[in-house]
Write a protein that binds this ligand. Structure first.
Ligand code: RIB
Ligand code: NA
Length: 306
């Protein structure tokens, strides 16, 4: 069974800096690199490298970045028949600073991503049949995400939504997902409560409970180096972080989502798939770039010692 990803494609223009600049500050970078990015493309690459047949829906412009990035998706074995090349539009771009400790700050220019529509004729969405998992994030038009998840007849498989970046107006879409994957910032936005420093596990669990809208829904909160907690209506899963050398956290959350989708599509139980995704993300943070840092199935299995 397969994974279908609806999401963004960006060229990441990355400046390596000692520390992230403060407002009004001018600092020097030690290097500039281009990496394939965009939350959607990153998640699709993670899914494909983790062994799932993966199809992608999204949009690039008819420029050089678009050509390079769509080729990169193909080189990763992804079915790109759903990737549109929009004439006269610019491919999405992200300006990223990465500090010596691996932290980042990101500014996105959406470009073609925000012009994506499923079918210009208003017909049914041309999605491959038999997909086990659908995966989306919030760098696409909300109407497209709704069409992707709100499948007539209700046979959408497992719908995983990573509502990132945090977008208050996207809140109604959360109820359409079977599994939500959020970090602490996104959790605070959607739960309507501020995150104060390092919240206790109990506080995180309470906020996550508040996002549940159905008995069969799960909210997964990724906690960076502290691992994750997943909350269902009558159940809870906690998994600790794996010690790793942090080089660049860009795309770590995307790696988690793509790896989770891949393992669920292979029929793995949620708790095992979460453990796999946690290990996959611990590899991604030890490598530079976003799409380029996604591990393979074999690498994650070795990391887990399975
Ligand atoms: O999640 C990381 C991604 O967010 C980057 O690759 C950047 O393109 C932005 O979309
Ligand atoms: Na990375």
């Amino acid at each position: 069974m397969s994974v279908i990803v609806l999401g963004s494609v960006n060229m990441d223009v990355v400046l390596s800096v000692e520390a992230l600049p403060k407002a009004g500050e001018t600092i020097a970078a030690s290097a500039q690199n281009l990496y394939p990015g965009g939350k959607g493309a990153n998640q699709a690459i993670a899914s494909a490298r983790c062994g799932a047949p993966t199809a992608f829906f999204g949009a690039v412009g008819d420029d050089d970045y678009g050509a390079v990035l769509s080729r990169n998706l193909e080189d990763n074995g992804i079915d790109t028949r759903g990737l549109k090349v929009l004439a006269g539009k610019r491919t999405g771009q992200a300006s990223i600073y990465v500090s010596a400790t691996g932290e980042n700050s990101i500014v996105i220019l959406s470009g073609a991503n925000h012009d994506f529509v499923f079918d210009d004729d208003g017909g049914p969405m041309p999605v491959p049949a038999g997909a086990a998992v659908r995966l989306a994030q919030f760098e696409m038009p909300l109407a497209a995400i709704r069409a992707f998840f709100d499948v007539p007849g209700g046979d959408a498989g497992t719908r995983i939504l990573n509502p990132a970046p945090a977008l208050p107006e996207g809140r109604p879409l959360l109820d359409l997902a079977d599994i939500l994957v959020v970090n602490e910032t996104e959790l605070a936005t959607y739960a309507g409560a501020p995150v104060n420093g390092d919240p206790s596990p109990e506080a995180v669990i309470a906020l996550a409970h508040g996002l549940l809208s159905r008995p069969d829904q799960w909210v997964v909160v990724t906690l960076g180096a502290r691992g994750l907690v997943a909350v269902g209506s009558g159940d809870k899963i906690s998994i600790g972080g794996l010690a790793t050398e942090v080089v660049d956290t860009t795309g770590a959350g995307d790696c988690f989502c793509g790896a989770l989708a891949a393992r669920l599509s292979a029929g793995e139980p949620l708790s095992d798939a979460l453990g796999f995704a946690n290990a996959a993300a611990s590899i991604a943070v030890s490598r530079r770039g976003a799409g380029s840092s996604m591990p393979t199935l074999q690498e994650v299995v070795a990391r887990l010692g399975r």
